[in-house]
Design a protein around this ligand. Structure first.
Ligand code: NDP
Length: 520
């Protein structure tokens, strides 16, 4: 399905009808005649074609963004908020058309795309409404030794942010950077994944409808080399969401110019099922958390650790739940195709390795891989050092491991370099276990929901990344803190001055002893 152009953007979003040539290899983007052509991963139908940016195009886009950023920052919080809320309202009103574009380009069922857009809109709205409160100039408490000086703090925009996005949530993930960067007063140059350029274009075109004066948000298209060129283009910060391997390359490339980076990378999130968990709820949440978007979710649950006393009953419920899901491209499908054909080999390798090494498929298995689809696969008794437990699978698969108790589950969950999200199902010890998981976010008695709460920060530890999007921390991520002091009276005890007298130094000594010395 293609975007209803009357609904979506003033400048046309290329459609299957307008794009050149016949259907291509499903889901494999190609460049022909300087145009990036994106296709539907299930059918190969062309979704659109987009001009590939050269390094000169990118430099020009960043130069335009730099001028636009001064204008945008000068609008102030109130006007930016008004424009951003107009944008969210426009996105909300066009949700069906946008969901159809996301579905046709990435393969996810339309209802899943609707949930994604809803979450993106909530985040953009929160960023718009809260930027002033979090970032504006405020007076803060000063220091005893410098009581004659008032202290002020504000968070100023960087200027131009380069945003590089993945394909799996093509509006939600970039919005976590774009909306927060814009609300903070930056201009943005956005490089969407080569798999989802139509969604990238839609994001910039709809924003231009509410901010037509200057190119505050631009999109540049192409493959990884275009992303690399953006990191070298003089942007003031790079906000990247994608794999850990690419994140490392981006950090290395940015080191050359000391360009700051925000890295939202991969994960291998674990869920713990404790002895006092509601097993029906846990199984339903594991099914959604592990299999939504065909498992192509950075915070998707990929490993479950269930305590011995409930393990078998949990697996039984999980298999029953997952067995109800429909795989395909029909309107009522729950699981669509694997977006990136190359990922199918990784999924196949992980399943095969797990089975070869003594694991058992409680559901699915090698036969579940029927490109471009992978049917739900539940693996049990898989060794902890196998790829299916340690590496990001990014498919609709789950391992379930039996543990003696929930503390052992925490130890095993924490034993890999990734640390993005995670979940705990249980009652009495749930908060303690959630706090013990080495990750940026954990949900208790649900899966993935922290991503949908705009006031909470989102980001990983270890191989899962650096920095935070969402929430107040996410707004500050796109700013530089600016500290200011202002003398408000003559110095009674001039500490930071050569004008102090020996008598005043004596007095300073007495003050510091009186105030701080007695507590030691
Ligand atoms: P990739 O790392 O392959 O690509 C991400 C983006 O980086 C794409 O736009 C890609 O362009 C671009 N890129 C590739 N190489 C370079 C380079 N050398 N320099 C600059 N940019 C480059 O990730 P995927 O798109 O495959 O996304 C899936 C991954 O993203 C998973 O690991 C998933 O866990 C992670 N992810 C993390 C999230 C988080 O918030 N932590 C959220 C969502 C996904 P192109 O596509 O054209 O190659």
């Amino acid at each position: 399905m293609t975007l209803d152009q009357s609904q979506a953007a003033p400048t046309s979003t290329p459609s299957a009808d307008s794009a050149p040539g016949p259907a291509r290899v499903p889901g494999v983007p190609v460049i022909e005649g300087g145009m990036l052509i994106s296709t539907n991963p299930a059918t190969g139908a062309v979704v659109g074609s987009f001009p590939v940016a050269t390094p000169e195009d990118i430099a020009a886009a960043v130069a335009r963004a730099r001028e636009a950023s001064a204008w945008w920052a000068g609008l102030g919080f109130a006007e930016r908020r008004a424009r951003l809320l107009r944008w969210t309202s426009l996105l909300a009103n066009r949700i069906q058309g946008i969901a159809e574009v996301i579905s046709s380009e990435g393969g996810k069922p339309v209802p899943e795309a609707i949930v994604e857009i809803f979450a993106a809109v909530e985040h953009a709205s929160w960023a718009a409404r809260n930027a002033s409160r979090v970032l504006k100039l405020r007076k803060i408490r000063g220091a005893l030794m410098l009581v004659e000086h008032a202290a002020y703090l504000e968070y100023q925009p960087f200027g131009v942010i380069g945003v590089i996005g993945p394909w799996n949530y093509p509006i939600f993930t970039p919005m976590g950077s774009i909306a927060y960067a814009l609300a903070a007063g930056n201009a943005v140059v956005f490089k969407p994944s080569e798999y989802t350029p139509a969604v990238g274009k839609l994001i910039a075109d709809t924003f231009a409808e509410v901010v037509p004066e200057h190119p505050v948000l631009q999109t540049v298209y192409g493959k990884g080399d275009v992303g690399h060129a953006l990191t070298q283009s003089g942007v003031d910060k790079v906000a990247f969401t994608g794999s850990t391997a690419t994140g490392k390359k981006i950090m290395a490339a940015c080191a050359a110019n000391l360009t700051p980076v925000l890295l939202e990378c991969g994960g291998k999130d674990a869920m713990i099922v404790d002895a006092d968990a509601d097993l029906d709820a846990a199984a339903a949440a594991a099914t959604w958390g592990g299999l939504t978007n065909a498992g192509q979710t950075c915070i998707g649950i990929e490993r479950v650790y269930a305590v011995d006393s409930v393990h078998d009953a949990f697996v039984e419920r999980l298999v029953a739940n997952a067995g109800r899901l429909k795989v395909g491209v029909d309107e009522d499908s729950d699981i669509g195709p694997i977006t990136m054909p190359a990922q199918i080999e990784t999924i196949r390798r992980h399943i095969g390795d797990a089975l070869d090494r003594g694991g058992r498929a409680a559901m699915g298995g090698m036969d579940a891989v029927k490109a471009p689809y992978v049917y739900p696969t539940i693996l049990v008794d898989v060794p902890e050092d196998s790829a299916a437990v340690r590496e990001e699978t990014f498919g609709p698969t789950l391992t379930v491991t039996r543990v003696a108790d929930a503390d052992e589950a925490v130890r095993m969950a924490n034993a890999i370099p990734y640390g993005l999200g995670g979940a705990v199902f249980g009652k009495r010890n749930a908060m303690r276990l959630a706090r013990g998981l080495r990750s940026g976010m954990t949900s208790i008695n649900s899966t993935l929901v922290f991503a949908g709460v705009p006031s909470l920060p989102f980001g990983g530890v270890g191989d899962s990344g650096i920095g935070r999007i969402h929430g107040a921390d996410g707004l500050r991520e796109f700013t530089r803190p600016k500290a200011i002091t202002k003398r408000r009276m003559r110095s009674v005890l001039p500490a930071m001055s050569f004008e102090r007298t020996p008598k005043q130094v004596e007095l300073l000594k007495r003050v510091v002893r009186t105030v701080y010395g007695r507590k030691g």
